[in-house]
Design a binder for this molecule. Structure first.
Ligand code: FES
Ligand code: FES
Length: 155
């Protein structure tokens, strides 16, 4: 079947089977390789993308279900808030091997769009689906809180 969706603001049409995952369309057809392939079981969050602003695991998300919807990948994360999140991740040491980083940037950006006043508990909750084997998370949480502050215009 043919599916049309907005991918990072551009209308794209692709052909899928019922069992085609969104991750495979993004990586193999659209060559958006920032969406990382990890467990393929919905456990690690490396493949996180936003659908209508909400984080999903694209490895278990049927591509057919994005018909008419708005998909954002790490390649589309260029608004000011996303840039603040990315900069803070680098500044606070939240990026080590980097494999989890695209998914984490998407989860944090989605959180701070909805909850600019997010506190540590909410940040940690938003990261529950994103596995990071390197950092121990505290640097990522610090980065998120710094990005939230920057986004609110408070140094
Ligand atoms: S690759 Fe999708 S959750 Fe791990
Ligand atoms: S930085 Fe390596 S898995 Fe997170």
């Amino acid at each position: 079947m043919n599916i049309t969706a907005s991918i990072n603001g551009t209308s794209e049409t692709f052909t899928v089977r019922a069992d085609t995952t969104l991750m495979d369309v993004l990586r193999e057809e659209l060559h958006l390789l920032g969406t990382k392939e990890g467990c393929r079981e919905g456990e690690c969050g490396a493949c996180t993308v936003l659908i209508d602003g909400k984080p999903v695991d694209s490895c278990i998300y049927p591509a057919a279900a994005v018909q008419g919807r708005n998909v954002e990948t790490i390649e589309g994360m260029v608004d000011l808030l996303a840039e603040q999140v990315k900069s803070a991740m680098v500044e606070f040491g939240g990026v080590q091997c980097g494999y989890c980083t695209p998914g984490i940037v998407l989860s944090l950006t989605a959180l701070l769009r909805r909850f600019p006043e997010a506190d540590e508990a909410l940040v940690r909750e938003s990261l529950a689906g994103n596995l990071c084997r390197c950092t121990g998370y505290s640097q990522i949480v610090d980065a998120a809180l710094a990005a939230a502050e920057a986004n609110r215009g408070r140094p």
